[in-house]
Ligand binder design. Structure first.
Ligand SMILES: O=P(O)(O)OC[C@H]1O[C@H](O)[C@H](O)[C@@H](O)[C@@H]1O
Length: 319
C-alpha cells in the first residue's frame, strides 16, 4: 500500500468497539510504546485528562517500568504495531514480573505470541502498515479499552471524512511554508500531543529536524531564544491552540503570535476543527500528517523508508 493510501485510510481506521473491561479495578494506567505506537498512549492520556478522569495515567517510553507499578491494581497497556519492539517487550516482561494487569495491542509479532502464551488480553490490529500510519487502528483499540462512547468516536471520524479535501489542502499549504526551514511548533497543553505528532511525522516522513515547545512553560525560556535573529531566520513557526485551552493559556497564545509578528514572522496559527476535543485533536494531527507527506515530496524523499532507524535496530540485534 502506498503511503498516500495508508494516510487516506486514517478515518476508516477509527472504528468503535465494545470491550468488557472493568476499569474500576485499576488505580493507575501506564501506556507503554515507542514511536508511532508510543504516541497512542499520549493521545489517550490527553483525552482522559480532558474528560476529567481521576485515574493516574502515564506514558512510559523505554525499558523496564516505573517503580510505582506493582500488583494487579496497576494496568499496563503495551502497544507495539509490529509487536517486536524491544523496549515494549521489556515493559511486558517487567509488568508480568510485578504482577500488574496487562493488555497488549499489536498486529502480531512476539507481543501477540507472549500474550497468548500467558493468557494476557491481546487486541489485534491489521497488518500491512508502517506503525505511524496505523495510528487510527491502535488508538481505536486503546479508546475501546477506556470505554469511549460510540457517538464520540464516530463523530471524530465523520469530522475528518467530511473535511477531507480541506485537510489535505491545508497540509499542502503548510508544507509549502515549512519548506527550507526548521519547523518549530508552539503548542498548548491541549495540543501538545498533536505538536509531538507533527514533529515526529516531519522527522520520519520528511526526513527533517523539527522541534516543539509548550505553553505556558515556553514563556519561561524558549521565547528568549527568539532574540537570536540569525537562528530564528532559519526556522518556520507554527502556533497551535484549542478553543478549550485555559483562559490564561489563550492569552499567552495571543501574546506569542504578537511577539512573533513584532519580529516580522508570520506564524502558521492553527486550531483543530470539530465538536469534541478528540475530533479537534485528530483533525489537527491529520493536517500535520499530510503536511509531513507533502514536505517529504518537496525535499525529494520517499515518506516511508526510515533507513537510519533500521540500521540502529540491526546493530542492536547483534547483541
Ligand atoms: O510501533 P512499533 O512496531 O512498536 O515500532 C516502534 C517504532 O519503531 C521505529 O522507530 C519506527 O520507525 C516507528 O514508527 C515505530 O513506531
Amino acid at each position: 500500500m502506498s503511503p498516500e493510501e495508508m494516510l487516506k485510510s486514517f478515518p476508516k481506521q477509527l472504528e468503535w468497539e465494545k470491550l468488557d473491561i472493568d476499569r474500576s479495578l485499576y488505580h493507575t494506567i501506564t501506556f507503554c510504546g515507542m514511536g508511532g505506537s508510543g504516541i497512542v498512549g499520549d493521545i489517550a492520556r490527553s483525552w482522559l485528562e480532558h474528560k476529567g478522569c481521576k485515574v493516574i495515567t502515564s506514558s512510559h517510553r523505554g525499558y523496564g517500568l516505573p517503580n510505582y507499578i506493582s500488583g494487579e491494581e496497576h494496568l499496563v497497556v503495551c502497544i507495539s504495531y509490529s509487536g517486536n519492539t524491544e523496549e515494549t517487550l521489556s515493559n511486558f516482561a517487567e509488568a508480568q514480573k510485578r504482577g500488574a494487569s496487562i493488555i497488549s495491542i499489536s498486529s502480531g509479532g512476539k507481543l501477540e505470541e507472549l500474550s497468548e502464551k500467558s493468557g494476557v488480553l491481546h487486541l489485534k490490529v491489521p497488518k500491512g502498515f508502517a506503525p505511524r500510519y496505523a495510528l487510527g487502528y491502535m488508538l481505536s483499540k486503546v479508546l475501546a479499552v477506556l470505554g469511549i462512547e460510540k457517538e464520540e468516536l464516530e463523530d471524530a471520524r465523520e469530522n475528518i471524512e467530511k473535511n477531507y479535501e480541506e485537510i489535505k489542502k491545508k497540509g499542502e499549504e503548510i508544507a509549502e511554508k515549512l519548506y527550507g526551514y526548521i519547523p518549530i511548533i508552539y503548542a498548548t497543553p491541549l495540543t501538545e500531543v498533536a505538536a509531538f505528532r507533527w514533529k515526529t511525522q516531519i522527522n520520519e516522513n520528511s526526513k527533517t529536524q523539527a522541534y516543539f515547545a509548550t505553553l505556558p512553560e515556553m514563556h519561561h525560556n524558549e521565547v528568549v531564544g527568539l532574540d537570536n535573529a540569525e537562528i530564528r531566520s532559519k526556522c518556520a513557526f507554527v502556533v497551535m491552540f484549542d478553543p478549550k485551552d485555559h483562559d490564561r493559556v489563550r492569552r499567552r497564545v495571543d501574546l506569542t503570535i504578537r511577539l512573533l509578528k513584532d519580529l516580522g514572522i508570520v506564524p502558521i496559527a492553527i486550531g483543530g476543527d470539530g465538536n469534541s476535543y478528540l475530533a479537534r485533536l485528530l483533525h489537527l494531527i491529520h493536517v500535520g500528517d499530510w503536511a509531513s507527506y507533502y514536505l517529504a515530496g518537496k525535499y525529494g524523499f520517499e515518506p516511508l523508508p526510515v533507513k537510519v532507524i533500521d540500521w540502529i535496530k540491526s546493530e542492536l540485534s547483534k547483541g
